[in-house]
Design a protein around this ligand. Structure first.
Ligand code: SAM
Ligand code: 2KA
Ligand code: SF4
Ligand code: MG
Length: 220
C-alpha cells in the first residue's frame, strides 16, 4: 500500500532539472520529522517547508498496487505531449520510505523517467533515473552518490565542505526559506540567507545556486 499526500503536474522548481515539466508525487510521512509543528524544534530536520501528513491533498490517496499508482501518475501527464519524455518526481515527506523497484519498473514500462528528492538517510532502490540527495544536519547519509547533491544552506551541522568530495555530478546550495515556518528558531532574514548562499557559491565555484523558482513564480 502506498500513501500519497498529493500529486500534481507542474515544473520542477529546483536544482539541475529546474524548469522541466514533471508530475510530482508527494508521499506521506518522513523519518526526520513527524510533520507536527509541536515537534519541529526537537526534530532531526527542523526547517521543512512542506505539509506531508495524511492523504488529503490534491490527487492524494491510498494505492493498493504499483500499477494503480502508476496509472494515477500517468493520468496527470498531458496526453498531447507526445514528443517529450514523461517525467515523475517522487518527493515527500521522505519518498524512499515507500518507493520500491516494482513502482519504478511499472513507471518505466509506461515510458516515464523517475526522479527522486531524498534526505539521503534511507538506501535507494535500483533503477532511479535522477537521484537528488539533500542532507539534513548531522543525520548520517546512506546514499553517498547520485546525480545531484542539493544542500539547504546554511545548516550549522551540515557545512558544504562535508559533502564536496562525494560522488555526485552536480552540487547545489539552496537558501533556507523560513518564511512559511511558524516556529522560528534560526535567523529568518531571507534576503541575507540568499546573499550568504550567493557569496559561498562565488567563493567555491564547485557549488551552484539553486533558487526555489516555484516560490518566486508562484506555482506549486
Ligand atoms: C520537502 S523535501 C522532501 C524530500 C526529502 N525529504 C528531502 O528532504 O530531500 C524537498 C526539498 O525541499 C528542500 N527544503 C525543505 N525545506 C526547505 C526550506 N525551508 N528551504 C529550502 N529548501 C527546503 C529539501 O531540502 C529538499 O531538497
Ligand atoms: N515546483 C516544485 N518543485 C519542487 N522541487 C522539489 C519540491 C519538493 O517539495 O520536493 C518541489 C515542489 O514542491 N514544487
Ligand atoms: S527530511 Fe525532507 S520531508 Fe523530512 S522534514 Fe526534512 S525537508 Fe521535510
Ligand atoms: Mg517543495
Amino acid at each position: 500500500m502506498y500513501h500519497v499526500k498529493e500529486a500534481f503536474y507542474t515544473l520542477q522548481g529546483e536544482g539541475a532539472q529546474a524548469g522541466r515539466a514533471s508530475v510530482f508525487c508527494r508521499f506521506t510521512g518522513c523519518n526526520l520529522w513527524s510533520g507536527r509543528e509541536i515537534d519541529r524544534a526537537n526534530a532531526q530536520c527542523t526547517f521543512c517547508d512542506t505539509d506531508f501528513n495524511g492523504t488529503d491533498g490534491v490527487n492524494g490517496g491510498r494505492f493498493n498496487t504499483a500499477q494503480a499508482l502508476a496509472e494515477h501518475i500517468k493520468a496527470l501527464w498531458p496526453q498531447e505531449a507526445n514528443n517529450a519524455v514523461p517525467y515523475v518526481v517522487f518527493t515527500g515527506g521522505e519518498p524512499l520510505l515507500q518507493l520500491d523497484t516494482e513502482l519504478i519498473a511499472t513507471l518505466h514500462s509506461e515510458g516515464f523517467e523517475v526522479a527522486v528528492e531524498t534526505n539521503g538517510t534511507v538506501p535507494a532502490p535500483a533503477g532511479i533515473d535522477w537521484l537528488c540527495v539533500s542532507p539534513k544536519a548531522s543525520n548520517p547519509l546512506a546514499i553517498t552518490q547520485g546525480d545531484e547533491l542539493k544542500l539547504v544552506f546554511p545548516q550549522a551541522d551540515a557545512p558544504p565542505e562535508q559533502f564536496s568530495h562525494l560522488a555526485f555530478s552536480h552540487f547545489f546550495l539552496q537558501p533556507m526559506d523560513l518564511s512559511a515556518v511558524a516556529q522560528k528558531s534560526i535567523a529568518t532574514d531571507g534576503a541575507a540567507t540568499v546573499q550568504a548562499t550567493t557569496a559561498y557559491c562565488m567563493a567555491n565555484p564547485q557549488w551552484r545556486l539553486s533558487l526555489q523558482t516555484h516560490k518566486i513564480a508562484g506555482f506549486e
